[in-house]
Design a protein around this ligand. Structure first.
Ligand code: APR
Length: 231
């Protein structure tokens, strides 16, 4: 049976109005990674980190899935084989489009207790007084994976990659490992590989083919092809 593994990144949600990280004017041009996306930054100034993620949680809640999210949900529903979506995005837009995704970098909509590891649905705004519903500690953090931390579900993802027949990377710059190495794992498995991105990336050469353009255009066309419809 065919098995498609799709890795998605911030470019998929760009046309929903959510900023990417490394494009001109992106999030990492406006904020220092070490301040807002590391455990050390959170230990130094948790209030600043909460403010950053509160704003992103609100933006994500106000955004809507775009045609690319919708097309991937359609592919997952209608494809005769298995379609596994692995996302680095924390915005929840795959689910709001009706798809299921493996969240390797966590989710803005979830909170994690730094004391007892309990996870729960995050309130719209969190701060240093937000109590853990399990242990009552005031050590709530966003359940997102920061630099220096291990991404989630890696074993499950590696198993999927080892069995996939087609691997697609959509809207990700290929700068952050381990996700940037997934194409190599898929190649070892003998899979066909395709990159869909606004522009060529650092790792474009690893792919058998490339589709350049905005995701809202390239992804529905690619899905149509896979489902045997228009090209
Ligand atoms: N359609 C398709 N691709 C696009 C679009 C679009 N409309 N807009 C931008 N892109 C592409 C950019 O050209 C870029 O290659 O999306 C990519 C976004 O790259 P990054 O900003 O680096 O985002 P991402 O790859 O998801 O980042 C990976 O880095 O900081 C961390 O944890 C964060 O999950 C994130 C990880």
């Amino acid at each position: 049976m065919d098995k498609i593994v799709i890795l998605t990144g911030a470019g998929l949600s760009a046309e929903s109005g959510l900023g990417t990280f490394r494009d001109a004017g992106g999030l990492w041009a406006q904020h220092r990674i070490e301040d807002v996306a590391t455990p050390e930054g959170f230990a130094r100034n948790p209030g600043l980190v909460h403010d950053f993620y509160n704003a992103r949680r609100q933006q994500a809640a106000e955004a809507a899935p775009n045609a690319a999210h919708d097309a991937l949900a359609r592919l997952q529903r209608d494809f005769a084989g298995d379609v596994v979506i692995v996302t680095q995005n924390v915005d929840g837009l795959h689910e709001r489009a009706g798809a299921q995704a493996i969240h390797m970098h966590g989710e803005l909509a979830r909170a994690l207790c730094a004391v007892c590891d309990h996870r729960w649905d995050a309130p719209p705004q969190m701060d240093t007084h937000t109590p853990c519903p399990a242990c009552q500690a005031h050590a709530a953090r966003p359940d997102v994976v920061w630099f220096g931390e291990f991404p989630y579900h890696m074993e499950e993802i590696s198993d999927h990659l080892a069995n996939c027949t087609l691997f697609a990377s959509i809207g990700t710059s290929g700068n952050v490992y381990p996700a940037a190495g997934f194409v190599q794992e898929a190649l070892y498995a003998g899979a066909e590989t395709v990159e869909l991105n606004l522009e060529p990336t650092e790792i474009s050469r690893a792919f058998h083919s490339r589709r350049i353009g905005p995701a809202s255009r390239t992804v529905p066309a690619w899905v149509d092809q896979l489902l045997g419809g228009a090209t």
